[in-house]
Design a protein around this ligand. Structure first.
Ligand code: BDR
Ligand code: CA
Length: 337
């Protein structure tokens, strides 16, 4: 069994990452950490609990993090993820409460319970992990692997011209996390930046395939260029809610980006966490700009060790078709079961 802790700001693509992990029968999801980001932290927790309850997995604890970043004021992005962070989906509210163990302690307890075994996956701002590192600086030595969705190195940012969302929300936390790795024999985290995650572009046809794999029909998609064309009337609740969430995400990208597609940053990072071999990586020293008026939250990759030893492995290439095959097969089969 592969043991993994998911730290997320659910979030539409976080939701799909969670469902992918639940669909992987070889994964022991030891806990979910809610971090403030796409929506306020209490909403993140409510979403995580609601997905788990819908999936009958109330055995997995959900741990709530700080309502605010380490230093910055919280910004949220309801225009990207919907007023409640899950697009048009209206999940039944969970009846189970969140864990009383807070987010940072959850990281520490999980790493202590499974030393050398635990995979950490962060698909939100790095506030909770940075807080855990402040409480327990030796935590990196007990992780088997850390994968972070974040950063933009050679592409335009998605929050400011130079910054990616997960770093932009809490730049100080990101800086502290990167500073904690790459020394004392710690394995540098694998970073999945926008440079690569924006190539994992979901289309309506992917959703039609996903619904078909789940044995759910019909999902109508008469014209991929018509954002009103994608409608799920499935009697499979999981597929219906997922389609309602992802339709919002497609519409957001259609309005703000280059077409009726959606970037699956977080599900891709989840796959990398379980199978790092699906990406090519380069070692680099990653630092976060904290001061620049125009560049705060920018991630800088020093690939020539001019400023220090590598503290990250930056994912640079993958087989996007294989990524979608795995995602559709895993989530579709899970929804069917
Ligand atoms: C990241 O920002 C969030 O809105 C997404 O969930 C993803 O984790 C991409 O920049
Ligand atoms: Ca996220």
């Amino acid at each position: 069994m592969t043991r993994l802790i998911l730290d997320c700001d659910t979030g539409i693509d976080d939701s799909l990452a969670l469902l992918y992990l639940l669909g992987r029968r070889d994964v022991d999801l030891v806990g979910i950490v809610s971090t403030a980001g796409n929506v306020p932290v209490d909403v993140v927790t409510a979403n995580n609990l609601a997905w788990l309850e819908l999936c009958g997995r109330t055995d997995i604890p959900v741990h709530t993090g700080s309502p605010v970043p380490l230093v910055a004021e919280l910004m949220t992005t309801e225009d990207t993820h919907g007023p409640l962070g899950i697009g048009y989906a209206e999940l039944p509210p969970a009846t189970q409460p969140a864990s009383r163990v807070d987010a940072a302690d959850a990281w520490i307890e999980a790493a202590t319970a499974h030393p050398g075994e635990l995979i950490g996956l962060v698909t939100g701002p790095l506030t909770s992990l940075a807080t855990a590192l402040r409480r327990d600086p030796a935590l990196p030595t007990r992780l088997a692997r850390l994968v972070i969705m974040g950063g933009a190195f050679h592409v335009h940012g998605n929050t400011t011209p130079t910054s990616e969302w997960n770093v932009a929300v809490d730049p100080e936390a990101a800086a502290e996390v990167f500073a904690a790795f790459g020394r004392d024999g710690t394995e540098p985290p694998i970073v999945c930046p926008l440079d690569l995650t924006e190539s994992v572009a979901m289309t309506p046809d992917h959703l039609v395939r996903l619904a078909a794999t789940a044995g759910s029909s019909p999902v109508e998609c008469p014209d991929p260029s018509d954002e009103a064309g994608l409608r799920s009337v499935s009697d499979n609740a999981l597929i219906r809610h997922l389609m309602d969430a992802l339709r919002f995400y497609l519409e957001f990208h259609h309005t703000h980006d280059e077409g009726y597609i959606a970037h699956l940053h977080d599900p891709f990072a989840a796959m990398v966490a379980l199978a790092p071999d699906i990406v090519t990586t380069i070692p680099a020293r990653v630092d976060v700009e904290l001061i620049g008026h125009h560049t705060r939250g920018m991630t800088i990759a020093d690939e020539r060790s001019m400023t220090g030893e590598p503290n990250a492995r930056i994912a640079t290439a993958t087989d996007v078709d294989a990524v979608f095959d795995d995602l559709i097969d895993t989530v579709g089969s899970y929804a069917r079961s």
